[in-house]
Design a binder for this molecule. Structure first.
Ligand code: FCB
Length: 412
């Protein structure tokens, strides 16, 4: 018995900067070189050269979709100068997927920006929309056969990255903290100090997303949407007002901007409590993940239901996973997440696919410690070592989720 539609996408996700290596013309490369507390991405997983092996491992395990990023900083290393060789590189990646019967899900921007664009002000630049549109137009030349395009990854997390960068510059924060690593971090302190921090950052990204959507629709046959970090926010009843305020600023403003998209990308890892001071850091707990978040596999279905209701669009799960060094725990987490997802689908939510974060252990935006991968990578030799979870997820895919637990069998 399966709740997953017949042509469901089962796959894994990555982001260019986190796996490719030597993203020399990007703002992240520059940031890593100067910010205290950051490790360097360096050669990363050298997936820039080893993508064919990565796609073959994914396909060989039985998965049918691969989400990866096209790196703007490579395509347009100088404003207005577009590299034909780099465009050809990403076309080869698309072809490698198609040859393996893997559906490519292409992200046009995943946090990293060309350094020249960041210097100009990045998403706050008055030219942001026109710059992004020019890049997107070039990329559409290589998207033949691509059915799924994500314009901007997690604009809401991107707003946090911009805030964090500004806080470091102004001296409000002293040590870089990855936006995806929680705990008693600068991120939480800054978020608490600025109750509704993201709206001013949201507007240009929304405009850029809509411009990109129009271009992708006019020039390709792909479905287009963007992917949102879904917090699965909750609060005690007395904090309901603050919850609504926080949820709007961190999430719903972006989900509402998905109206009219072909899908909304849901990215869920845990839940997030809110009180009158804003986000409440996850309390210390032995079950917490390597990035300090609570172990909440049920958060995926909470996020999916909320995103579908607010965005009014079909859902593609573009990220869900767990930072753990214990692969049995990854399997348990994912199995339970999928069980709850099956429940949402059974209730009528239109979900088109599940892409696990991440295919590879990778560079977690400042830190190498947290491991989210279905495949381990030796950072000296770049040798790939698939973990049991890769074969497990491949088997789930092959049975179209028939083996996953039912919600009512799951202990919450
Ligand atoms: C998401 C990012 C992704 C990765 C995961 C753990 O916020 O989109 O690149 O860092 O978190």
């Amino acid at each position: 018995m399966t709740y997953f539609p017949e042509d469901f996408l089962w796959g894994a996700s990555t982001a260019a900067h986190q796996i490719e290596g030597n993203n020399l013309n990007s703002d992240w490369w520059a940031r890593e070189s100067v910010m205290p507390g950051m490790e360097l991405s360096g050669d990363a997983d050298d997936s820039y050269h080893r993508y064919a092996e990565d796609i073959a491992l994914l396909a060989g395990a039985g998965l049918n979709a691969y989400r990866f990023g096209i790196e703007w900083a490579r395509i347009e290393p100088r404003q207005g100068h577009f590299s034909r060789a780099e465009l050809a590189h990403y076309r080869r990646m698309i072809d490698a997927c198609l040859a393996e019967r893997v559906t490519p899900v292409v992200t046009l921007n995943h946090f990293s920006l060309p350094l020249w664009f960041a210097t100009e002000g990045g998403w706050s630049s008055p030219h942001a929309v026109e710059r992004f549109a020019a890049y997107v137009e070039k990329v559409t030349d290589i998207l033949d056969g691509v059915e799924w395009v994500v314009t901007i990854n997690e604009p809401n997390m991107m707003a946090m990255i911009t805030m964090m960068t500004e806080a470091m510059r102004s001296g409000q924060a002293s040590e870089w903290q990855s936006p995806t690593v929680e705990g008693e971090s600068d991120r939480n302190r800054i978020a608490a100090a600025l109750p509704v921090p993201t709206v001013e950052y949201a507007r240009p990204m929304i405009a850029a997303h809509h411009a990109a959507r129009d271009i992708v629709r006019a020039r390709t046959g792909a479905k287009v949407g963007w992917s949102i970090a879904n917090g699965a926010f909750y609060a005690d009843p007395e904090h309901a007002e603050k919850l609504a305020e926080v949820r709007y600023a961190y999430e719903d403003i972006y989900l509402e901007a998905s109206h009219g998209d072909d899908f909304v990308g849901v990215q869920s890892y845990s839940t997030q409590r809110v009180d009158d001071n804003g986000l409440v850091p996850h309390p210390e707990h032995p079950d917490n993940t390597m990035v300090g978040t609570a172990y909440r596999p049920d958060s995926l279905a909470v996020a999916v239901r909320h995103a579908a209701a607010v965005a009014g669009a079909p859902v593609l799960i573009t990220e869900n996973g767990i930072a753990t060094s214990d692969d049995d725990r990854r399997i348990a987490f994912t199995s339970e997440a999928l069980a709850h997802l099956g429940g949402a689908i059974e209730d009528g939510v239109d979900v088109r696919g599940y892409l696990h974060w991440s295919l590879l252990d990778n560079y977690e935006w400042g830190h190498w410690g947290p491991t989210f991968g279905l495949i381990a990578v030796d950072r000296e030799t770049f040798v790939r070592a698939p973990k049991p979870s890769l074969a497990w997820l491949g088997d789930v895919a092959q049975s179209n989720g028939a083996g996953t637990l039912r919600t009512d069998e799951v202990q919450i």
